[in-house]
Design a protein around this ligand. Structure first.
Ligand SMILES: *Cc1c(COP(=O)(O)O)cnc(C)c1O
Length: 679
């Protein structure tokens, strides 16, 4: 595995507010100058950052952490409106100066802290509002992001809230036992359990931890009973219920989660009876359910809460002491910024969620005069997503749209004149007709060519004119309420391909695996109109290594608006909300290794500067590390090349200088980042 180099750099960035303001002023002047110079020619008004905000929907998915400043760069406000902000492009360039090459995963520690505080604040507010007689004590599901720095940060940020951890496997339990030090914080033990998992969890109690073993399979009860008797420990046990409440959305139809895990109502009764029979009912403290991840509709949560609250009060009346109700994960993230129950969104806020959890449990308890339990939730996605931003650069583009055609000249083929007329007359009223005509002329040109009536250069002229017409037509489509079917795919077929210095398998697995849409947008030049329509392709030669669906007004769109590349300038894109699940899923693929990761911390306000410090650094894999993971020995490989060079020298196929250069490149390549770097 990667050997993380962890360094702590202290840095106060050159980003100061005054510098930013200067730039803004300058830019506004330039814009004004540009505007007055061109306003007579350009019919549309000039592009503003508000246009970029709408286009990329940044307010929908980004608030309160991500916004666009007056220079047209993305800013990150890790503490929302409570703290300072950083210019993301300046951060990236500062990191590049320190030799952190792209692609780069940047984690903002304060965003993680803010998410944790937010969820706790929402529950506190709901508890006060409904006069709930109990507390909230959340846990973080380790599987959502197992990185040590993140788990350690969460434990630290969560101390004030007695925030704990959830483990779904033995390794995660080991992480939780070693990392959690907050007195009274819970370790919820889920997942398939063998005897050693259960034994380890029970022994954790001896360390002063509070592990709760959640029984998910009937067989686990017997193992838990015998292990507890053998160790002489009174364990904390919970039950995972398989709810009947039918859901909606992605998980609702598959229902795989609920089919696989949890106990049915008859099984729950069996567990209670078994525990009573061995005098261990005192151990039963928690009821758990998990309705799946990214729940899109609040109605689903309400229904689950109604059923689970009822099961809870029933368990109390059956004689279990209980005390905890754990509502699992599922709290959604608004990836497309639409605030709807569409797949990539959710139609409720964290506050709505907390309100419903609190209100339903309270009602059920009051009705049956049962003490209100401590509320536990296992939100992973909602806590971990926002902190991480993946930054990558564009290596080049394939221009699908050729340059604009040159005017018809006297004496050229009649078809060229006719198509030129179509080209010059395309407008919002006739574009459909123009499209039909352009297709007809292009077809005719092809058949004339086959019959030897048209030269190759003339056919090239005609095809260029055809694409020119298409380009004009596509530019008119966004203003149309209704786009005819035959034109729907025109935009995609006209799109440029932007090649990314990235492996999607490595960096954002879900994009590839389950078609999850993450917000992707340029992190600079947002005061400029993005004139290109593009799809994205990564460095790997897999045909799947591409992105051709993006968040959009109707759930998704086929092309992403981007800026034309400028000679000599880097063009940076960001993929946002990738802190949950993405970072740990990717396996070694195409021998692109793990990517450089930095944790950025806002510099303290006392220093009177809006700077940042780099807290942790995890260097991405070098080529020789990646090769070793697939059992190559870089030394042997080098020796192979040396031997071959020697043989080639003997035969006079290579010069000494060339052989030397090859060896040098080969050696240096071993120590380098697996991605394309600027040397
Ligand atoms: C995955 C999982 C979670 C986390 O779900 P989120 O939707 O990320 O909040 C919580 N509990 C269990 C049991 C899980 O399997």
């Amino acid at each position: 595995m990667e050997s993380p180099t962890i360094v702590s750099l202290n840095h106060t960035s050159a980003v100061t507010e005054s510098a930013t303001e200067n730039n803004q002023g300058q830019n506004a002047d330039q814009n004004a100058a540009l505007l007055s110079a061109t306003s007579s020619v350009v019919s549309s008004r000039s592009w503003t950052i508000e246009d970029s905000e709408d286009l990329y929907r940044i307010k929908g998915w980004g608030e309160p952490y991500f916004a666009i400043n007056a220079v047209g760069n993305i800013t990150v406000s890790p503490q929302g409106d409570r703290g300072g902000s950083l210019d993301l492009k300046e951060v990236v360039e500062g990191l590049k100066l320190r030799d952190f090459q792209l692609p780069l995963l940047i984690r903002f520690s304060e965003i993680l802290e803010d998410r944790l505080e937010r969820i706790n604040a929402c529950f506190a507010k709901a508890i006060a509002r409904y006069s709930y007689k109990g507390v909230y004590q959340g846990v973080f599901p380790v599987k959502c992001n197992q990185q040590r720095h993140i788990v350690e940060d969460l434990v630290r940020f969560g101390q004030a809230y007695q925030f704990g951890l959830e483990a779904g496997t033995k390794p995660e339990l080991m992480i939780a036992l070693a990392s959690l030090s907050t007195p009274g914080a819970l370790i919820i033990c889920n997942g398939y359990k063998d005897e050693s998992y259960i034994e380890t969890a029970m022994l954790g109690q001896r360390l002063g931890q509070k592990p709760i073993i959640v029984l998910e399979q009937l067989e686990e009860v017997d193992v838990a009973i015998t292990t507890a008797k053998r160790l002489g420990i009174q364990p904390n046990l919970g039950i995972r219920a398989k709810l009947a409440a039918k859901g909606s959305g992605r998980w609702g139809t598959s229902a795989g989660d609920r089919a696989k895990f949890g106990l049915t109502i008859p099984e729950i009764i069996t567990v209670v009876e078994k525990l009573k029979a061995v005098d261990m009912i005192e151990s039963l403290q928690l009821l758990h359910f998990h309705i799946g991840s990214q729940v899109n509709a609040i109605s689903v949560i309400k229904e689950a809460m109604r059923e689970a609250s009822q099961i809870y009060v029933e368990l109390v009346s059956l004689g279990a002491p209980m005390g905890y109700l754990d509502v699992g994960g599922g709290l959604g993230v608004d990836y497309d910024g639409s605030k709807t129950s569409s797949q990539g969104s959710k139609n409720y806020s964290v506050q709505n969620y907390a309100n419903d959890v609190v209100a339903y449990v309270k009602d059920a308890c009051v009705a049956r005069e049962v003490p209100m339990p401590t509320l536990v939730s296992e939100s992973g996605r909602a806590i971990a997503s926002h902190q991480s931003v993946l930054i990558f650069d564009v290596l080049g583009t394939s221009e699908a749209t050729p340059e604009d055609p040159t005017p018809y000249q006297d004496g050229e083929h009649n078809l060229i004149r006719e198509l030129w007329d179509v080209y010059t007359s395309v407008d919002a009223d006739n574009y459909q007709e123009a499209f039909t005509d352009a297709i007809a002329f292009k077809k005719e040109a092809a058949s004339l060519f086959n019959l030897n009536y048209l030269r190759l250069t003339e056919r090239a002229r005609i095809e260029r004119l055809y694409w020119g017409c298409c380009k004009k037509i596509v530019s008119l489509l966004p203003q149309q309420d209704y786009v005819p079917e035959e034109l729907e795919h025109l935009e995609k077929s006209m799109a440029s391909i932007y090649y990314l210095n990235l492996s999607l398998f490595k960096a954002a697995l879900d994009t590839w695996a389950i078609g999850q849409l993450f917000p992707i947008m340029p992190i600079h030049r947002l005061n400029e109109e993005p004139t290109q329509r593009a799809t994205l392709a990564d460095l790997t030669c897999d045909s799947d290594g591409k992105v051709d669906r993006f968040i959009g007004p109707k759930g998704a769109k086929d092309v992403l608006e981007l800026h034309a590349l400028q000679e000599g300038d880097s063009y940076y894109l960001g993929m946002f909300l990738v802190g949950a699940y993405q970072e740990t899923l990717g396996n070694l693929h195409n021998l692109f290794g793990s990517i450089n990761t930095v944790h950025i911390h806002l510099a303290s306000k006392a220093k009177a500067q809006q700077g940042y410090t780099i807290e942790h650094v995890v260097r991405g894999n070098t080529t020789d590390e990646v090769l070793k993971q697939v059992q190559y020995d870089p030394k042997d490989m080098l020796e192979q090349i040396r031997r071959r060079s020697e043989q080639a020298l003997q035969k006079g196929q290579i010069t000494i200088e060339e052989a030397r250069k090859l060896m040098d490149n080969y050696k240096a390549g071993m120590d380098r980042y697996t991605y394309l770097t600027e040397v």
